[in-house]
Design a protein around this ligand. Structure first.
Ligand SMILES: *Cc1c(COP(=O)(O)O)cnc(C)c1O
Length: 399
C-alpha cells in the first residue's frame, strides 16, 4: 500500500506500525481527523448574541474587559491587554520594551514564522539560536557559548561583534506548549543585559516550576488564532506586570488617542491593534472551558505515550521535569537514523485521513531570513527532520 513512498520493506513496516499506533489512540468512526480543531461547547453563542443585541461589537465593549480580567487571572499576571493577533502582541511587546531599529533579537530558528516577522515589524533583526532536544526551546548552554564567542559587552549593552548591532532582547518560545528552561535563560539575559520577552503564544495553561507560562517575563504574548487551544477566531494578548507599561500599551494600541469626551487628539503615531468585543465574547466563552480542555489534552498525550511504548523508531515527546505542558500539539519524535520515515509517515497518515504535520521549516532556511545572523543550528536542523505533530484536539480524548 505504501510502496510508493517507502524505500525499503522495513521502512514500509515501520510506517504502517506508526499509523496503526496513532489510529489506536483516536476515537473510532472519524474519517478525517484535523491537527487541532476549535469547538464551541460553552457560552460563546450566548455572549456573541449579546454583542449583536446590544450593538457592542467593537473594542470598547464589556467582553474585552471581562476577557482581559479572566486572562490575567488564568496567567497570574496583573495586566492582560487583548489585541488583534499574536503577531502584533509580540510586536507591541518588543516596541514597548525599547527594541527598535537595527537591534537584534535572539529567537529560536525552530518556531512559527510569526515570531521572526514580529521582530522585523518592530524594526529589529532576528538572530537565530539553537534549541534543546529536552525542551524543544532555546538551548541555554548553546546560547551561552554562542554569546561568549560572538558578542561583546560595551557601555552596559551587548553588541554582535560581526554586525556591530546591539543585541537587545531574548525571546524564548514555548514550542508546542512545552516550557523552555526559563531560569537558565534568565541567568544569561542578566549576564548580557538582555530584555526577555516570552512568546507564550502556544503555551496558555502551561506551567514552568508551577508558574504559568506568560508570567515568566515582564512582557509576554499569547495568541488566540483558530488553531490555538483557546481561540477568538483571531486575536492575541500582551501580558504585563508593570502598570505604566500596561497603560502605554493600551494607549499605543488605540491610536494613541488622548481621553476626551469628544475631541480627537493623539500624541504619537499609534496603532489600531485592539481586539473587538465580538472576538472577546468568543474568547471568554472559550476561556471558561480551559481547565476541561487542559485535562482532556493531558489524557490524549498520555494515550499517545502509551501507544508508542516499546516502539524503537519513534517516541512521544515528554516534558522536562520542571515543565507541565498544555500539550497544545503532541509531538512524535523520530529517533536519530529514522529521518527517512518523516515523509512516508506524513504521506501515509494523510492517506488515512489523519492530518499530521512536520515541524515548521526552520526560519534560517526561509528565503527572507537566509542571511540573518545565527548560531550553529545542528539540533534545530536535526529536529526539523524528526518531528511529526499529531492530531491534538481535546475532544479526541473523551474521559
Ligand atoms: C501562533 C503563533 C504566533 C502568532 O500568532 P497569530 O495570532 O497567528 O498572529 C507567534 N508565535 C508562535 C510560536 C505561534 O505559534
Amino acid at each position: 500500500m505504501m510502496s510508493f513512498v517507502a524505500r525499503s520493506e522495513g521502512m514500509a513496516d515501520e510506517t504502517c506500525e506508526i499509523v496503526a499506533r496513532i489510529r489506536s489512540v483516536l476515537p473510532a468512526g472519524l474519517d478525517r481527523v484535523a491537527l487541532h480543531e476549535p469547538r464551541f461547547g460553552g457560552r460563546e453563542r450566548e455572549y456573541l448574541n449579546n454583542c449583536i443585541d446590544t450593538g457592542w461589537v467593537s473594542y470598547a465593549g464589556p467582553y474585552v474587559h471581562q476577557f482581559e480580567a479572566a486572562l490575567a487571572q488564568a496567567c497570574e499576571v496583573p495586566h492582560a491587554i487583548a489585541v488583534s493577533s499574536g503577531t502584533v502582541a509580540l510586536q507591541i511587546a518588543l516596541t514597548t520594551a525599547g527594541v527598535g531599529t537595527s537591534d537584534e533579537v535572539l529567537i529560536p530558528s525552530l518556531t512559527f514564522v510569526a515570531t521572526a516577522n514580529a521582530v522585523v515589524h518592530a524594526g529589529a533583526v532576528p538572530h537565530f539560536v539553537d534549541v534543546d532536544e529536552k525542551t524543544l526551546g532555546i538551548d541555554p548552554a548553546a546560547l551561552s557559548a554562542h554569546l561568549a564567542s560572538t558578542a561583546e559587552r560595551r557601555d552596559g549593552a551587548t553588541y554582535n561583534k560581526a554586525t556591530g548591532r546591539r543585541i537587545a532582547a531574548l525571546m524564548p518560545v514555548h514550542i508546542f506548549g512545552h516550557p523552555c528552561d526559563m531560569d537558565a535563560l534568565d541567568a544569561i539575559a542578566v549576564e548580557f543585559g538582555l530584555t526577555v520577552i516570552e512568546d507564550a503564544t502556544e503555551a496558555l495553561g502551561s506551567r514552568y516550576k508551577g508558574k504559568p507560562c506568560g508570567s515568566l517575563a515582564p512582557l509576554s504574548a499569547l495568541s488566540f488564532n483558530g488553531n490555538k487551544l483557546v481561540t477568538t477566531g483571531g486575536g492575541g494578548a500582551v501580558l504585563v506586570n508593570d502598570n505604566g507599561v500596561a497603560d502605554r500599551i493600551r494607549h499605543l494600541t488605540t491610536t494613541a488617542k488622548l481621553p476626551h469626551r469628544w475631541a480627537f487628539n493623539h500624541d504619537e503615531v499609534g496603532w489600531n491593534f485592539r481586539l473587538p468585543n465580538i472576538n472577546a465574547a468568543v474568547g471568554l466563552g472559550q476561556l471558561e472551558q480551559l481547565p476541561g480542555a487542559l485535562a482532556a489534552k493531558e489524557r490524549l498525550w498520555r494515550r499517545y505515550i502509551d501507544a508508542f511504548v516499546g516502539f524503537s523508531a519513534a517516541r512521544v515527546f515528554q516534558d522536562a521535569r520542571f515543565a507541565e505542558s498544555n500539550h497544545w500539539l503532541v509531538a512524535l519524535i523520530l529517533e536519530r537514523g529514522s529521518e527517512p520515515l518523516l515523509e512516508s509517515v506524513l504521506a501515509a497518515t494523510h492517506e488515512a485521513g489523519i492530518m499530521t504535520r512536520p515541524a515548521w521549516t526552520p526560519m534560517h532556511l526561509l528565503p527572507m531570513y537566509r542571511d540573518n545572523p545565527r548560531s550553529g543550528l545542528a539540533a534545530t536542523e536535526s529536529l526539523a527532520r524528526r518531528i511529526v505533530s499529531l492530531p491534538s484536539s481535546p475532544f479526541l480524548a473523551p474521559a
